[in-house]
Write a protein that binds this ligand. Sequence first.
Ligand code: FAD
Length: 477
Amino acid sequence: MQPVIVIGAGPSGLAAAYELATHSVPVVVVELLDQVGGLSRTIRKNGARFDVGPHRFFTKNMEVHQLWSDLLKEDLLSVPRLTRIYYKSKFFYYPISPMNALFGMGPLSAANVIASYMAVRIRQKLSPREPVNFEDWVVNQFGRQLFEIFFKTYTEKVWGIPCTQIGADWAGQRIKGLSLWTAVVDAVFKPKNKSIKTLVDEFVFPRLGAGMFYEQMAKAIEGNGGKILLGREAVNFRHEGGKVRSVIVKDSNGATEEIEGSAFLVSSPLTDGIQGFNPVPPNEVLEAARGLRYRAHVGVDIDVEGNPFPDNWIYVHAREVVLARIANYRNFSKDMASNSSTSPLTVEYFCFKGDSIWKQSDEALIELAKVELQRMKVLKPEQVQFGFVVRNEKAYPVIELGYEKKMDMLKKYIATFDNFQPIGRCGMFKYNNQDHAIATGLLAARNVLGGNFDVWSVNIDAEYHESGEVPPTKQSH
Ligand SMILES: Cc1cc2nc3c(=O)[nH]c(=O)nc-3n(C[C@H](O)[C@H](O)[C@H](O)COP(=O)(O)OP(=O)(O)OC[C@H]3O[C@@H](n4cnc5c(N)ncnc54)[C@H](O)[C@@H]3O)c2cc1C
C-alpha cells in the first residue's frame, strides 16, 4: 500500500499525519527544515528558547484544545495575558481599554478621538456606508482618530501595504464585536463583562515553547509507524489522469528522490506547489499563483540580562522605529529562559523578501534592534548577551483586495485532482492560526480515511477565536 504523503511538518501537516498514523495508515511527512513545528517551532540557543514571534495558544475548537492537553499534560500552562501598544513613548493596553486610552493620550487628543467617533456615528446614521477595506471598517467602528493612533501604523508595518488595500473581512475577523461605545459602557458600568471578543486575559502555552507541542506530536506519529523526513524540499508534483502520483524531493545536497503516494496533503505554500506541477498547469493558473504574495517575518532573537518589561508582547505603533512588535518569552513561561536572571526576546520586523530589511546582514539587524530598543527606553544595548536572526520568507499570506479571484482560480485547478488537498496557512493561503491549521490537517486526513469534509470551511466564520472557555491548566507564575 502506497503511503499518504504530507508536505510540511508544521501544525497542519503534523495534525494530518498524527490522525493518519493513529489509524494505522502509512504516512510520510516531508519537511524542508531540520526541525518540526513550522512557523510554530521553537529554536534553542545557549539554553534559551525562542518562538517565531509570540505564539499564544487559544481556540474555541474543543477537539484541538483536547489534543493540546492530551499531548502536553501538565506542561500545558495557563498564562496571564498582558499586551500593550507603544505609541508616543507611552504604553496603552491592548485589547484597547477606552479609559486607559483616553486618559493616556491627554485631554486634547481624547477630545479629538471622541469628536471623530461621534462624527462617524452620525454619518453612518444619515447615510450608512458598507466598509470595503480595512480602513473603512475600523473608521466605522472607532472613528478616524483612533484608527490613526491604534490601527494604521502597526497594520501597515505588518502588511507593508496601505490599510485601504486590505480587505474589510480581515478586520471583521480580528476585531469583531468591539465598538468604542460598547467598550466605554462596559469599562464604566460592567468592568467584569467578558462578552467582547477581543477582551481576553489568559491563554494556554506549552512550558518549553510553542514547538514543544509539535515535538510531542512528531514523537507520537513516529511511535505509530509514521515517517518524518527532515531537510527535504518538495519541488515537483507529478500527475496523470486527474491524480497526483508522486512528489520529487530534494535534500540539502541537491540530491533528488521521487516518492510515490496514494494521497497528498500539502501545507507548503500553494503558490509554489502549483508552479511545481508536472505537466504544467494552464497559463492563467500559473499567473494567478505568481500574483499572490506573502509577507516575510524577520525575528531578531536576543537573550537579555534581567526582565525588561512585564508584557507577553508589545505592539510598537511608533513611527520612529521600524520594529513592529517585541515578544518576551520569559513572560510566557520562565522555563524558556536560560537562567533566572535572563529573558529571551524576539524583536520583530515585517518585510517582503528582497527589500532592505530582508537583505541586511544578521549583525546589522541585531545592531538595529539594540538601537531601536534603546530609543524606546526598553533596554540598554549592554544588556544583550547574544543575538541571532531567523528569517521566514512566507509568514503571512497577504489578504489584499482582489486576492480572492486568484485564489478561486487556484482552488478550481486543485479541485481537478481527487487525491491532492491543500492544508494549513500558506497551503490554503488563509490567515490561519495554529488551531485552524491543526483543524484543516485533521479534516483532510479524515477525508483520506473516507470522510467528506470541506476543509476550506475551517476559519470562514469571520470570528476571532479569543473568548472560548478552556479547561483548567497549570498556572505558569
Ligand atoms: C510572527 C507570527 C506570530 C504568530 N502568532 C500566533 C499566535 O499567537 N497564535 C496562533 O495560534 N498562531 C500564531 N501564528 C500562526 C501560526 O504560526 C500558524 O498558523 C501555523 O504555524 C500554521 O501551520 P501550518 O502547518 O499551516 O504552516 P507552517 O507552520 O508554515 O508549516 C509549514 C511547513 O512546511 C514546510 N515547507 C514549506 N515549503 C516546503 C517544501 N517545499 N517542502 C517541504 N516542506 C516545506 C515549512 O518549513 C514548514 O515547516 C503566528 C505566526 C507568525 C508568523
